[in-house]
Design a protein around this ligand. Structure first.
Ligand SMILES: *Cc1c(COP(=O)(O)O)cnc(C)c1O
Ligand SMILES: [Zn+2]
Length: 396
């Protein structure tokens, strides 16, 4: 065993039945249908690697500064376009209004303009390491653009299926990067059915949300970064615009691993996670409010926030578990409130995507209800750039 391994990855564990699967070969879902989670030798990492060593690493290495907590065995397989290490911007004007401290984690600065770059960087790197020949995935738009870009960088063909009415720019991007683009007359769930058929028929590497374990590991770096940027003082609350839930579960997993490593300031609990959805597609909110442990398919999903138009998330039950375990909550906001928030944030210098804009009215609601308390420290996770949605009109 090398003294300084690139990764401490041990194996994959089913989130439902806890079965262990080897990580040194291609894996998708557990036989029971459960999502597989990467597990690391955190005890050994904690004793080998003091957190202070991170501080010496160059900012330019992006999310790869957390290599020990990522699944890649050989750094030569890294496929990078400069993702991660995005700014955590204080929003003093909003903090003053609400009597709290607020930051905006601005993921719009990632390659392809959204936080999907994190999942694609680690997901494509690991697919390359495991010998994938053709990568296939359904998407609401942004994931297709990101995986197409990273696939092009890796030299691996990518097949993307997305709704016909996905943001036009993401369709163009996927094509420009050389991916094969298949448009469906329907939603991401219909695109998923088309991909599943191709996976069965042609043996494509299935990179659908949560059908491979490594996209989650890339998105986990969001939580690692927020913790490091706040000098390991975890925030009280993180609001997250939720579609398939990869970012949400990435945050959950990040803070769990940081706590196990002893890297978080001991007097602070893990952040309360908040699922924010659009009222036109809010399966997690509806399940949360009814006390259910699974989400039900949302009929007639419609919202301008394309990334939130995920009517039947595979990891619905796991998201609800993350909310319970972190004392979090879930709420939905109207598209008009999203449009107003885009304008308001833009006038403060931040042109955010509609998904990220949804967090502003959600935070005001939570504060008015007293769920966010005076003096608390809150992070709004803006998942992408407004530039990706040039046709979405703000409201005054
Ligand atoms: C994909 C996406 C989301 C939702 O992310 P999940 O990880 O699927 O929950 C939110 N915002 C934007 C801009 C996205 O592209
Ligand atoms: Zn299982």
């Amino acid at each position: 065993m090398p003294t300084s391994p690139a990764t401490y990855l041990l194996h994959l564990e089913c989130a439902e039945c806890r079965a262990i699967h080897p990580a040194d070969q291609e894996q998708h879902l557990c036989g029971c249908g459960g999502v597989l989670l990467a597990r690391y030798d955190l005890a050994r990492l904690a004793s080998d690697f003091p957190r202070e060593r991170l501080a010496a690493r160059p900012w330019q290495s992006g999310l790869w500064r957390y290599a020990e907590l990522l699944p890649l065995a050989d750094p030569a397989n890294r496929v990078s376009l400069g993702e991660g290490m995005t700014p955590l911007l204080p929003l003093d004007w909003l903090g003053t209004e609400l009597g709290i401290t607020v930051w905006l984690k601005d993921e719009g600065l990632n390659p392809t303009g959204a936080f999907k770059a994190r999942g694609a960087a680690v997901g494509v790197s690991r697919a390359k390491e495991l010998g994938a020949k053709t990568i296939a995935l359904p998407t609401a738009g942004n994931a297709g653009a990101a995986w197409a870009a990273y696939g092009a960088r890796a030299g691996i063909p990518v097949i993307v299926a997305m709704p016909k009415d996905a943001p036009p720019l993401t369709q163009r991007e996927a094509q420009l990067y050389g991916a094969r683009l298949h448009l469906v007359n329907g939603l991401i769930s219909d695109a998923g059915a088309w991909i599943a058929a191709g996976v069965r028929e042609h043996g494509w590497y299935d990179a659908s949300t949560f059908k491979e374990p490594y996209r989650l590991e890339g998105k986990k770096t969001l939580g690692l970064e927020i913790a490091e940027q706040l000098d390991w003082q975890a925030p009280d609350v993180i609001l997250y615009p939720t579609g398939g839930g990869v970012g949400l579960l990435g945050l959950w997993k990040a803070f769990e691993e940081l706590r196990a490593l002893g890297w978080l300031a001991a007097d602070r609990p893990a952040p309360r996670l908040v699922v924010v959805q659009a009222s036109g597609c809010a399966p997690v909110v509806r399940a949360w409010e009814s006390g259910a442990t699974q989400t039900a398919f949302w009929e007639g999903a419609a919202t301008i926030a394309a990334g939130l138009r995920v009517p039947g998330p595979l990891a619905g039950g796991l998201m609800l578990r993350a909310l319970r375990e972190t004392n979090g909550t879930a709420l939905a906001v109207e598209d008009d409130a999203i449009r107003r928030a885009i304008g308001e944030l833009a006038r403060a210098g931040c042109w955010v995507c509609p998904e990220g804009a949804a967090l502003l009215p959600a935070l005001r609601q939570l504060r008015a209800a007293g769920w966010v308390r005076t003096g608390e420290r809150v992070v709004l996770l803006n998942t992408g750039a407004g530039l990706v949605y040039p046709d979405v009109e703000p409201l005054a």
